[in-house]
Design a protein around this ligand. Sequence first.
Ligand code: KIV
Length: 271
Amino acid sequence: MLTLYKRGRMGYFAGTVKATTRSLRALKGVRQVVCLTAYDAITARLANTGGADLILVGDSVGNTVLGYESTVPVTLETMLHHTAAVARAKPNALIVADIPFALAHDNFPTLLRTCRRLLQESGAEAVKIEGGVSLAKSIAKLVDAGIPVMGHIGLMPQQVHAAGYRRRGVTDEDRARVLADALAITKAGAFSIVAECIEHSLTKEITKAVNIPIIGIGSGTGCDGQILVIYDLLGLTENPPSFAKPEAQLGRDAVAAIQRWAKKVKKGHKK
Ligand code: KIV
């Protein structure tokens, strides 16, 4: 049963009313924000019906759906294609689309055109940008243009060739860097920030320091919400990260179903 939450003058939802960036921001300090990735109409419907407040069309589509080793090969055309499929499911959850590899570091008109295409052509309602202090100016200009931005700090999968996949905020120097990223993006006007694989005590510190929801992944429970890759949650990933505990084993169940059917076919079963 989904519950309708209210706070002050602003009524907001848990799956029954269309989510907005404002309604998500208003959840800070009220309840944890539930976020999931989705890549097509089916996963979007599952996430939405399951109670997600926010659906991220992540560039993790590269690893999960398309068989790439990383998110680096994912292009804008790919993001447009998958975001449009998610939007056709008409979820109440807010639809956020990832800005693919290095595009946020291109010149501003190119970044603006990219965001415009995601919102106008594919039905995204906000974009997510990996990066910190160095992108704060661009984020502020996007927000000014009416494009809601979700930040992404800590481990940034698009930086895999430069920095690898490593936990962030372990040394004092790195803690200061990650905190500065969070503060700069908040000041730039982001409505929320994904905090990936950040030392848990630092995630807590960031969550206290900013007035927008910090959505953790592998960063402990001291934040304002959690996000998971839906394939990891549903048991469709062969080696999910250790922090992603599957709540189902759909991969195993699918293979068993196919094997049962294959057996019947081989026996010449008529139905
Ligand atoms: O691309 C993605 O799915 C993400 C989440 C893991 C936060 O960025």
